[in-house]
Design a protein around this ligand. Structure first.
Ligand code: ZN
Ligand code: FE
Length: 239
C-alpha cells in the first residue's frame, strides 16, 4: 500500500491509501473534495472507499461530492451512522474490515467525539488516528471524558512501535512547543523538534510520525495517569 498525503483546508490532511496492483484507493477523512479530485485527475485510480474517523465537518466535508463522482462506498462507525454523511458500511469496535486488498481493524477511541474510530491497517503498520492522536499532541475532549480519552490513547500505546501514525491535522510545530515547555530535558523530543523544523522549512508534512517517536516525545502519551493527563489537557486548551 502506498499512502499519499493530500493537504486540505487550513491544516487538515486527508490520506489516499493506494493499492497499486489493482489501482484502487481509499481516502481517509476527505475534508473537501477538490484536492482529492485534483490528485486523482489523469491517474488511473478508482476511489473505491471513503473512510471517516469521525463526523466533524473537516473530516467528512468531501464525502458527498466524492461519492457522487466516483461511486465510492462510505465506511464509518456503526454508532455514528446518523452523523457520517452518506454512510454505506457501518463497522463496530474491534471489527476487521476487509475489502479488495484493504484490511483494517476498527478501534473505537472515544474522547474527542463519542464515536471516533481509528483505522489500523495492521498488515501495513499504518494507523489513521483522526483527531485522537496528533504528532506530539492529542485531540481536544469535546464529547467524552478525560478517562475515555486517556484509555483511548492507551489502546494506541499498545500497538507495535513501528506503527506509522497518520493524523488529521498539521499541528506538530505548535504541539512541540507545548511538549518542550513541560518536558524541557527530553533529548528525544529535542531531536524530534529539529527534524520537524527541517521538514517544515522544506514545505514538507511532519506526518507520518511513528508510535515510537510519539511514546518518546508526546507528553500526552508520557502522562503516567489520568490525573496528570487531565491537567496537561487543560493546560493545552489554554496554550
Ligand atoms: Zn475533530
Ligand atoms: Fe479535525
Amino acid at each position: 500500500m502506498k499512502v499519499e498525503i493530500i493537504s486540505c483546508l487550513q491544516d487538515n490532511y486527508s490520506y489516499l491509501i493506494i493499492d497499486e496492483t489493482n489501482n484502487l484507493a481509499c481516502i481517509v477523512d476527505p475534508s473537501e473534495a477538490s484536492p482529492v479530485i485534483d490528485y486523482l485527475k489523469n491517474k488511473n485510480i478508482n476511489l473505491k472507499y471513503i473512510l471517516n474517523t469521525h463526523h466533524h465537518f473537516d473530516h467528512i466535508g468531501g464525502n458527498k461530492e466524492l461519492k457522487k463522482k466516483y461511486n465510492s462506498i462510505v465506511v464509518g462507525f456503526k454508532h455514528d451512522s446518523e452523523r457520517i454523511p452518506e454512510i454505506d458500511i457501518c463497522l463496530e469496535d474491534n471489527e476487521i474490515w476487509k475489502s479488495d486488498n484493504f484490511v483494517a481493524k476498527i478501534i473505537h477511541v472515544p474522547g474527542h467525539t463519542k464515536g471516533h474510530i481509528c483505522f489500523h491497517f495492521y498488515n501495513d503498520k499504518l494507523l489513521f488516528t483522526g483527531d485522537t492522536l496528533f504528532s506530539l499532541g492529542c485531540g481536544r475532549i469535546f464529547e467524552g471524558t478525560y478517562e475515555q480519552m486517556f484509555s483511548s490513547l492507551n489502546k494506541i500505546k499498545a500497538m507495535p512501535l513501528d506503527t506509522q501514525i497518520y493524523c488529521g491535522h498539521e499541528y506538530t510545530l505548535n504541539n512541540s512547543k507545548f511538549c518542550i515547555k513541560h518536558d524541557s530535558e527530553n533529548l528525544n523530543l529535542k531531536k524530534k523538534i529539529q527534524n520537524i523544523q527541517i521538514k517544515l522549512s522544506n514545505s514538507l508534512p511532519t506526518i507520518p510520525s511513528t508510535l515510537k517517536d510519539e511514546l518518546d516525545c508526546n507528553i500526552f502519551l508520557r502522562a503516567k495517569d489520568v490525573k496528570t493527563f487531565s491537567k496537561l489537557r487543560d493546560l493545552k486548551d489554554n496554550f
